[in-house]
Each structure stands twice: as structure tokens, then as C-alpha cells.
Design a protein around this ligand. Structure first.
Ligand code: FES
Length: 112
């Protein structure tokens, strides 16, 4: 369970994750808001379906991928905002996308 160090934030925003309204302090990341709301998994890997959630919280691991307005972004690098519509990344990905991922859903670098 994640708890904010500043629970009485002066200003909050409301955004949506997979159709559910979530309230969070303005200025925190989408990943922090989702963790604080009790979610530990934000997506499933495209190959095995294993759950993945925010790990590094600094843009390095890509385990926090979500879709905002149809664009896949890192939840830890995106600030919450009023009316933001956030969704899990669909598990079914194109063959081209899955060619660049390992069995855990992490990105792999192809050397030619
Ligand atoms: S939690 Fe690692 S990139 Fe977002």
C-alpha cells in the first residue's frame, strides 16, 4: 500500500482509469496516483499476460505503460490532470510491436 507523504494536498484533480474515476493531488504522476489508489498492476505483458506495474518510477523500466488519448506513454513520466482518460494498453499488439519485446513484455534492442 502506498501512502502520500502529503495527504492533505490543497488541490486535487479527477481522472479516469479504465472507466473508474480517481482523485489525486495535482502535480503527481499518473503512476503515483494509481499506486496510491491501490492498483499495483497497470498492464499485462503481450506474450505471457503476466501483470506489470510501476517499478522504477523514473522512466527507465517501461513497466508502467498506459494509454492516454490512444497514445502509449509511461505513467510515471506523465502528470495527472483533470479529465485525463487513461486506459490499460491493449494486450493484443501488432506483430511489429511484439517483435521488439521479450517474453516479459520489456523492450529488446535488435542488433543488425
Ligand atoms: S515505472 Fe519504470 S518507466 Fe515508469
Amino acid at each position: 500500500m502506498f501512502v502520500s507523504l502529503e495527504p492533505d494536498a490543497a488541490e486535487t484533480v479527477v481522472f479516469e482509469f479504465d472507466g473508474q474515476k480517481i482523485s489525486a493531488p495535482r502535480g503527481i504522476s499518473v503512476a503515483a496516483a494509481l499506486l496510491a489508489s491501490g492498483r499495483s498492476s497497470l498492464r499485462a505483458t503481450p506474450v505471457s499476460g503476466a501483470p506489470r506495474g510501476p517499478f522504477c518510477m523514473m522512466g527507465a523500466c517501461f513497466d508502467c505503460l498506459v494509454q492516454i488519448d490512444g497514445v502509449t506513454v509511461q505513467a510515471c513520466m506523465t502528470s495527472v490532470a483533470d479529465g485525463l482518460v487513461v486506459q490499460q494498453v491493449p494486450r493484443a499488439m501488432s506483430e511489429t510491436q511484439s517483435d521488439h519485446m521479450n517474453e516479459d513484455g520489456g523492450f529488446v534492442e535488435h542488433v543488425k
